[in-house]
Write a protein that binds this ligand. Sequence first.
Ligand code: CAA
Length: 409
Amino acid sequence: MPHDIVFTDQAKELQAIAREIADKYVRPVAAKYDKAQEYNREAAQAVAEAGLFKTFIPKEYGGHGAGILALCLVTEELAKADSGFGVAFAVNALGTTPILVGGTEEQKQKWLPQIARGEKFVAFCLSEKGAGSDAGGLSVTAEKDGDDYVIRGEKKWTTNGGIADIYSVFCVTDPTSKSRRISALVVEKGTPGFSVGKVEDKMGIRCVPVVETHFDNVRVPKENLIGQREGMGFKHAMMTLDRARPAVAAQAVGAAQGALDLALVYANRRKQFGKPISSFQMVQKMLADATMKTDAARWLVYAAASATDQGFKTSNKLAAESKCYATDVAMEVATDAVQIFGGYGFMEDYPIAKFFRDAKILQIYEGTNQVQRMVIARNLIKEAEGLAHLEDYIPTEEQKSYCSESVEA
Ligand code: CAA
């Protein structure tokens, strides 16, 4: 059932602020931070001062309470300037959401206001060497010891690792349980035994660190167990991803638009055979397809984000659809944008190559697009139960055997 997509004045205001910050602090230095593989602290500071980290946090915890649609609008603007910075911003929401969806009142009061003010950055530690798409197959353990939990093991692909102060860490608390094996705990930077291991040397999004995180007998008080009830971790992880995936899709829309804008300016200026290449139909096809798909992705993102904000049952499927579609579009648009730039597009001297490198990870992280398609298909198959009225229009078993008999005769 379609629902309304409402852009509040506040959401539009936050979007405009994000665009200003992107123009001033992100785009002009994107290549520099990409080459150096360094975090853009100046832009993060500007984001904090402008109150953009408050976007998705409820008002009662010091946020704007503007919801996921506003988070997507802000993320899109930042990612349009630099996809790497887009994820550096949005991953704070990913890491915070387990506390939002599962945390106790005390936990929310303790951590959310600091995150909203941009004083503390957050990371999400779910994936491991042996547990990627199979998020339930974790091996990091948290063992109860008196009033504490002791965490042991290693996490992989921790985005914002090292920069972040607060880590939502998914651990096995009951290895014997099938459905209640996992719990999430908050680990704060500086806790003895917690360290950042390998810092990955990545193809794209190089300005945001992605690291291994090591937990060597990390002792945290039982108060850090998200929700104070063991066994809720997998559910909280899934609920988090449902809320975070539209923001990945928004990164993708930003990236696609950023690449398309550059390709368009170049196609108008670049002359071959005495004419701008934008006058050639084959280039026009690439530009037209790119804008059509980017617009379609954008509206799907807005639909998914508002379905989540409004608590619609369809939000799990829409979140997966938006993540999958928008990130495939970003890859396609970035590929064609490089094509339009020709040889110049292949050179690291110009930002278009970075859009191409940055786009690939969007199809992989926060659930591969294969996982998204699986989630979509599972939902779709369930929805088929509501289509019983169409049974009369499909062949019955009797009709099928009649057909095969008549063919044999
Ligand atoms: N909301 C709430 N509960 C959910 C849910 C959802 N969306 N999806 C599943 N569940 C519940 C089920 O109801 C079920 O509960 P019960 O045991 O009580 O019945 C339980 O969770 C298990 O569900 P499934 O049987 O569907 O689980 P599964 O093992 O088949 O896995 C999956 C499903 C969709 C493949 C899931 O594992 C998944 O999303 N995998 C991808 C993980 C992922 O996205 N990882 C990326 C991490 S973040 C990152 O990339 C790094 C970064 O920092 C950016």
